[in-house]
Design a protein around this ligand. Structure first.
Ligand code: SF4
Ligand code: SF4
Length: 419
């Protein structure tokens, strides 16, 4: 059973917080609001007080717990490794259990646990796209023409795919004998909004001779439901993904989305038995490609006379797992790319999934802090490895009126590979 920990189960870790305040410098939300109850130490103190019945689950506490991107930057820098993001998630489960889900939380989790509904919504969204959205002038993305619940009209969003990625490809794409078999966990954004990322990955894996499984019955990684505190939906999705992804016993379960990697990787490790065993097979595509020598193969390709200047944004869900060298190794090896690291590459983009829905203004402020680094890099393209970060960075770039376009690293690799 994919059971979640209760807030009480974190008591020991909560009590390991020595209130040193080292997390202050690394919490993007505290950086904007400078309120003690928002920083990791404050949230941990609130969780402790909640456990000891010293505070009530009132509106203020619920609001403070909602002001977390679950970026784990605090955990990454905490000398005592207090897992604030997990503690916040457990507190949100406590809130949802006692008060029910928010309207947005309910709507979101109803959709993500129902693939048929998600397909129908995506197809209707595509059919009415011209009516609902307008193009962002001279930049990538769309904006809503009129208000819709939960989406700001100021936000640039990617176009919905004409056909979901998983419907465009067979479930099994055979590779060469002796090469690994990978199950590709596409995640929702690649399936419905950025199928070109999935296409790029397939081209690369074909070049490497890898056999690819694309289970049609996989579901959302569950992170939006974790963030909303909806444990029942997370458990349902965990079961579906476990069954879908292990059906044909792949060597590796590959993700091309940092958030999905966190959802079916790090999160599954907290669950029991077969869930935790599955999580051991989950691998981010950067790690897989470098482990199989793609960077070396790319470096042997003839250099191109005309190159693009590319910088890289570290998605929090990869950075906090220490996955920072691999994407840079791939970028440096590309024959058509001149890689330039930017100031603040490791700074959160401000999306935080549902955070940016509840707190779009704060999300924009956090995103805006990436602008000087992007500008100073002089990059033509900002590459990253998370479709969520792509959406947020493109939104930031559009608001700042900058020229660079945001791209997934896999698209750059696929572009430079021989046809
Ligand atoms: S969460 Fe960690 S870094 Fe923050 S105050 Fe507590 S011990 Fe220090
Ligand atoms: S997870 Fe991120 S946003 Fe949440 S408290 Fe930690 S640093 Fe702040």
């Amino acid at each position: 059973m994919a059971k979640h920990k209760k807030l009480e189960d974190y008591r020991e870790q909560i009590e390991q917080c020595v209130k040193c305040g080292a997390c202050q410098a690394h919490c993007p939300v505290f950086g904007e609001h400078k309120r003690e109850s928002i920083v990791a130490r404050g949230k941990v103190a609130l969780a402790h007080a909640l456990l000891n019945d010293e505070v009530k689950l009132d509106e203020r506490l619920v609001e403070d717990m909602s002001k977390c991107l679950m970026c784990a930057s605090c955990f990454d820098k905490c000398p005592n490794l207090v897992p604030t993001d997990e503690i916040v998630a457990a507190a949100r489960r406590e809130i949802a259990d006692q008060q029910g889900l928010s309207t947005f939380g309910k709507a979101l989790t109803t959709v993500i646990k129902n693939p048929r509904l998600m397909n129908t919504l995506a197809k209707s969204g595509k059919a009415f796209s011209a009516l609902l959205f307008k193009k962002v002038p001279e930049q990538s993305g769309l904006r809503l023409r009129f208000p819709l619940p939960f989406v700001s009209r100021e936000r640039s969003i990617p176009e919905i795919a004409a056909k979901p990625f998983r419907e465009r490809h067979p479930e099994v794409i055979p590779g060469e004998a002796g090469k690994p078999t990978v199950a590709f966990f596409t995640g929702c954004m690649i399936n419905y909004m950025y199928p070109e990322i999935g296409d790029a990955l397939l081209k690369i894996l074909k070049f490497m001779g890898v056999t690819v499984l694309i289970p049609g019955d996989q579901g959302c990684c569950g992170l939006p439901a974790i963030s909303a505190g909806d444990s029942a939906t997370v458990e349902e999705l965990s079961k579906r993904n476990l069954a879908a992804l292990t059906r044909r016993t792949p060597d590796v379960i590959l993700t091309a989305c940092a958030t999905c990697n966190e959802g079916i990787g790090r999160h599954f490790k907290h669950l029991e038995g077969e869930y935790a065993a599955m999580a051991e097979k989950v691998m981010d595509m950067n790690v897989f490609l470098v482990r199989h020598g793609l960077d070396k193969l790319l470096a042997e390709l003839p250099r191109k006379a005309v190159f693009q200047r590319v910088t890289y944004h570290d998605p929090c869900h990869l950075r906090t797992q220490g996955i920072t060298k691999e994407p840079r190794a791939l970028l440096r090896a590309l024959p058509g790319v001149r890689f330039v690291d930017m100031e603040g590459a490791d700074r959160c983009c401000g999306l935080g999934g549902t955070f940016s829905v509840y707190h779009y203004d704060t999300s924009k402020l956090i995103g805006a802090r990436k602008v000087p680094g992007i500008e100073q890099s002089g990059a033509d393209l900002v590459a990253t490895a998370c479709p969520g970060c792509m959406m947020q960075l493109q939104d930031t770039i559009n608001h700042a009126g900058l020229k660079p376009r945001v791209i997934h690293l896999l698209e750059l690799i696929a572009h430079d590979l021989p046809a």
